[in-house]
Write a protein that binds this ligand. Structure first.
Ligand SMILES: *[C@@H]1O[C@H](CO)[C@@H](O)[C@H](O)[C@H]1NC(C)=O
Ligand SMILES: *[C@@H]1O[C@H](CO)[C@@H](O)[C@H](O)[C@H]1NC(C)=O
Ligand SMILES: *[C@@H]1O[C@H](CO)[C@@H](O)[C@H](O)[C@H]1NC(C)=O
Ligand SMILES: *[C@@H]1O[C@H](CO)[C@@H](O)[C@H](O)[C@H]1NC(C)=O
Ligand SMILES: *[C@@H]1O[C@H](CO)[C@@H](O)[C@H](O)[C@H]1NC(C)=O
Ligand SMILES: *[C@@H]1O[C@H](CO)[C@@H](O)[C@H](O)[C@H]1NC(C)=O
Ligand SMILES: CC(=O)N[C@H]1CO[C@H](CO)[C@@H](O)[C@@H]1O
Length: 556
């Protein structure tokens, strides 16, 4: 438990406990009491971690109640009704974990703000097979496989007392298989956005984002290599943090590339994102990139300062990143972005516009990222398959994976979902050589030295800001900016999905230099507290689950 949040949370707990504990122990409740209790229970569509923790501490409900409520909400919307297909599997041991954590809370108190809080994680983040869930990146080639160890971030979550509620659907292999629709996987099918029927959820952390957007769990984890947290955060009205590579452990995460993969939170508020990041950040002996991070890990909740944008210099890198011809953004995105710049100014920030990256044109033209990702993916994915303690499909390498998909079209290559172009390009690479090292060097030069860091230095900036979806860099925090208007021209995104579409959210991104998450969280918080854009629009009615804690506790 960290100082700032603890104080705040204790105040809430004390208040609620004083009011309701007596009533809950009473055998029969008066009408007024029922209404009071019902009103005191958080709405799971929006509930924050601090609110849930307060309710758990005061005995208003238990973690068992919470798990039951979230499971019922998943049941309502996942494979029926709106067919969100956000969740691939739920944990058969979640209720037992919840009961044990409830008992521990009574005996010795909460371990952290995440004690007894249900979390969904993307299906490329390893959980122990003995806990009952698969780790497959959405692929049947990994169904029933036994991982040698859980992911480093799972160890940290569980040490903090979090409950792993289930695994979220994703673009298969984090969208590194081929030219496939965002949010589709062989095992999970097509995940869809909760803001418009069959809208594109973006990916690859599609299921994590959709689940967080309508409260199928308290918070979720996604992963990003290039846009896989920031784009779904953008399109699902969420806060997403793409941490600096090496702030959060990638050990036990089905890889694309150790040079770009990173794990981060997808949540409904900046405060929740700060709480989760504080738990999952930090060194892990099994991922040596994490050993390079500054010590100690900051308490990101201490960054939640509503005045954080005062006297801060924010740059707008318009060239390339705001050119609709290159980004493909609907012109409406730039319209709402201009309004956001006015908010920054109102909050005391100096907006430096434009503040272009010297490398902008070179970044847009370069294929060097692909050279690095293709080479790394083959080496690291082969190592993943080779390291499994068992794999019923028999697949033990990328080459065998390609053959498995071709041999099992009903599972992995239904019509319009046949592409394996990324797999095939990666399989053709021959390992580290001079071309690879030059490409890696070039990427760091263009992205960091001559890119973000150069712009921050040239214009004396604290951060950069961009509308979303835009292009992605490190690190970035994305959060709600607005929504597409009712008259937007609906486009096709995939065989089963549309984008843009009326009411689909649009996000805003703060970007900074390596390890600047603390500052970025503070800017995002100041903007969020001033605008509260997320609350301006809800998902479409059918996509909102109706089960609440009340139904679970009192069965009515
Ligand atoms: C994996 O998924 C299969 C099929 O849904 C299921 O039978 C099994 O219990 C799951 N868990 C593990 C650890 O294999
Ligand atoms: C991690 O270890 C490998 C060798 O095991 C080494 O090549 C690499 O440079 C290390 N990376 C970091 C960031 O320390
Ligand atoms: C946007 O990009 C296109 C294509 O590269 C280019 O032709 C155009 O000049 C750019 N627009 C601006 C305003 O820079
Ligand atoms: C990588 O960048 C170099 C330097 O600009 C360029 O010559 C090369 O064509 C790029 N490689 C690819 C595959 O785009
Ligand atoms: C490095 O390997 C790639 C294939 O992975 C190949 O295209 C490239 O020509 C090689 N470069 C050198 C310098 O051998
Ligand atoms: C959509 O409606 C807005 C007013 O709500 C209007 O300003 C805009 O021009 C319309 N766009 C189209 C494409 O009709
Ligand atoms: C929890 C849940 O609903 N899981 C489902 C995800 O989608 C697959 C494929 O449709 C189903 O088999 C799972 O039951």
């Amino acid at each position: 438990m960290r100082a700032w949040s603890f104080a705040c949370f204790l105040a809430l707990v004390t208040l609620q406990a004083a009011v309701y504990s007596a009533q809950l122990s009473a055998g029969s409740l008066s009408n007024e009491q029922r209404i009071a209790i019902r009103q005191s229970l958080p709405d799971l569509y929006e509930a924050s971690v601090v609110e849930l923790q307060a309710g758990l501490e005061s005995g208003l409900f238990t973690s068992v109640d919470l798990v039951n409520a979230y499971l019922a909400r998943i049941e309502e919307v996942n494979l029926q009704g709106p067919l969100l297909r956000a969740v691939i599997e739920t944990s058969p041991s979640a209720l037992a974990q919840a009961a044990a954590l409830d008992a521990e809370r009574l005996a010795t108190g909460p371990r952290s703000l995440l004690h007894g809080i249900p979390v969904l994680v993307k299906d490329n983040i390893a959980t122990l097979a003995s806990e009952g869930m698969n780790t497959t990146a959405g692929s049947y080639s990994l169904l029933g496989s036994v991982v040698p160890a859980e992911a480093g971030v799972i160890t940290k979550l569980q040490a903090a007392g979090a409950i792993i509620l289930g695994k979220a659907n994703l673009s298969e292999f984090a969208h590194f298989r081929g030219n496939l629709a965002s949010g589709w996987s062989g095992r999970g099918g097509q995940c869809t956005n909760a803001y418009f029927p069959h809208a594109d959820p973006c990916g690859s952390s599609a299921g994590s984002a959709v689940a967080a957007s309508v409260g199928l769990a308290a918070v979720t984890l996604g992963t990003e290599t290039d846009g896989s947290i920031t784009c779904p955060a953008n399109q699902n009205n969420l806060v997403g943090i793409k941490p600096t590579v090496g702030l959060t452990s990638r050990a036990g995460v089905i890889p694309i590339s150790e040079h770009q993969d990173t794990v981060g939170p997808l949540t409904r508020s900046v405060a929740d994102a700060a709480i989760v990041l504080s738990v999952i950040a930090g060194p892990d002996a099994n991922d040596n990139f994490t050993l390079a991070q500054p010590s100690p890990v900051p308490d990101y909740t201490a960054a939640l300062n509503g005045n954080a944008l005062a006297n801060v210099r924010i740059g707008v890198p318009r060239a390339v990143f705001m050119n609709d011809t290159i980004t493909g953004n609907d012109p409406y995105v730039n319209e709402v972005f201009e309004a956001a710049l006015e908010v920054m100014r109102a909050l005391g920030a100096t907006v430096v516009d434009p503040a272009d990256l010297p490398s902008a044109e070179a970044i847009a033209a370069s294929g060097n990222e692909t050279v690095v990702l293709d080479t790394d993916f083959k080496i690291q994915l082969n190592a993943w398959y080779a390291g499994l303690l068992a794999n019923p499909s028999g697949v033990r390498s990328l080459a065998e994976l390609i053959a498995f998909d071709d041999a099992n079209p009903a599972l992995e290559e239904p019509p319009q979902y046949t592409s394996q172009s990324d797999f095939i390009a990666a399989e053709a690479t021959t390992g580290f050589n001079a071309t690879y090292y030059a490409a890696l060097e070039y990427d760091y030069e263009m992205g960091r030295t001559n890119g973000i860091d150069a712009a921050l230095e040239m214009y004396n900036l604290d951060a950069l800001i961009l509308p979303a979806p835009g292009m992605t860099t490190v690190p970035a925090g994305k959060f709600p900016l607005g929504f597409y208007p009712e008259n937007v021209t609906i486009g096709l995104a995939g065989p089963e999905t549309v984008y843009p579409a009326p009411g689909v959210p649009i996000g805003l991104s703060f970007l900074g230099t390596a390890w600047s998450e603390f500052a970025l969280v503070s800017y995002a918080y100041a903007y969020e507290q001033y605008t509260h854009t997320r609350l301006a629009r809800r998902a479409y009615a059918e996509a909102i689950p109706t089960t609440q804690l009340w139904d679970i506790i009192y069965g009515m």
